[in-house]
Design a binder for this molecule. Structure first.
Ligand SMILES: Nc1nc2c(c(=O)[nH]1)N[C@@H](CN(C=O)c1ccc(C(=O)N[C@@H](CCC(=O)O)C(=O)O)cc1)CN2
Ligand SMILES: [Mg+2]
Length: 289
């Protein structure tokens, strides 16, 4: 039986470390780090995530500036709000909760964020900095996955990693991070031929496709480390719904050395890494170590 990777516990420790860092920052800078969170519309999941981010910020001793805009907000109004936040000295980090309503061009909005305040790591500037090995912000979910992998495995150098999914916010930055750690990286996707055989070659599997329990136990190399980024809501036996990942957890646990659960694995790391990035942004802006 493999081990369960306790992302929730790791995230709680990271948040406590950030809170200590915030105390030190406040003593040095005479102010708290500030995060602006922008939510457009009332998508129920996004509303929950934004509330969690606000609560986590306050618990870490940071300033949280919440901007809730109606679903029919004009793109131009959202862009001018981002312009104001870019110019606001109390704001170290800016986050626009995704997805945005369909009439708004997500790329245009993200690109309006100052890369020095891009704590979500979604701008082209941040992606470019990551790809070229310069200081920038790494998207929170892949950063959280990397932290869990390094905690579990130590040095990742020479390991074979397969990432299933090629999104800009998880798959691609994850590949860059693992390459930076000297892994041999494969990005698999919907057109990959014989995906089970590709996954079977991996010491590290990161599943980020959004397909419930797609990765089966017999796809895994015995002793692999499995990071499940999927958060899929599926019907449960009692007529309600339950959350499952992209990996069949019970099967994976029989073959792998360690697996992240859903919930309680990667998800909590996303918010903890957001706080981590915001503290980093504040330190950089104040030129503090
Ligand atoms: N601007 C952003 N938008 C979105 C991001 C992001 O990082 N930045 N990521 C996701 C949503 N997300 C944070 O925003 C997020 C998703 C999931 C979790 C989490 O803790 N999940 C729990 C389960 C929660 C549940 O019961 O539904 C878990 O996995 O244990 C936190 C944050 C998309 N948008
Ligand atoms: Mg859109």
């Amino acid at each position: 039986m493999g081990d369960i990777i306790d992302g929730k516990g790791f995230a709680a420790n990271l948040r406590a470390d950030v809170a200590k860092g915030v105390d030190t920052f406040r003593a040095q800078a005479g102010r708290a780090p500030g995060l602006a969170v922008v939510l457009v519309g009332e998508d129920p999941a996004s509303t929950v995530y934004v509330r969690s981010k606000h609560k986590a910020c306050v618990e870490a001793g940071m300033e949280s500036f919440e901007h809730r805009l109606p679903a029919d907000t004009a793109e131009g109004d959202l862009l001018s709000l981002i312009g104001q936040l870019n110019a606001d000295p109390a704001v170290d980090g800016i986050l626009v909760q995704l997805p945005l309503p369909r009439h708004i061009d997500e790329l245009k909005v993200i690109e309006a964020i100052d890369p020095d305040k891009d704590v979500d790591g979604f701008t082209i500037g941040s992606a470019g900095r990551l790809a070229t090995g310069q200081d920038g912000f790494v998207a929170c979910t892949p950063l959280g996955c990397l932290m869990l992998l390094k905690d579990r495995l130590g040095d990742l150098s020479g390991k074979s990693a397969v990432i299933i999914g090629r999104s800009n916010i998880v798959g691609k930055p994850m590949a860059m991070l693992l390459l930076r750690e000297s892994c041999t990286v494969t990005i698999a996707h919907s057109r990959t031929q014989d995906l089970p055989a590709v996954v079977r070659g991996a010491d590290i599997v990161v599943a980020a496709v959004g397909r419930p329990e797609m990765v089966r136990g017999d796809w895994l190399k015995p002793g692999a480390t499995v990071i499940d980024v999927g958060i899929n809501r599926v019907p449960a036996d009692d007529g309600k719904t339950r959350l499952v990942g992209d990996v069949d957890f019970a099967e994976a646990m029989k073959v792998a050395a360690a697996v992240t659960p859903v919930p309680g694995g990667v998800g909590p790391m996303t918010i903890a890494c957001l706080l981590h990035n915001t503290l980093t942004a504040a330190r950089r802006r104040e030129n503090i170590g």
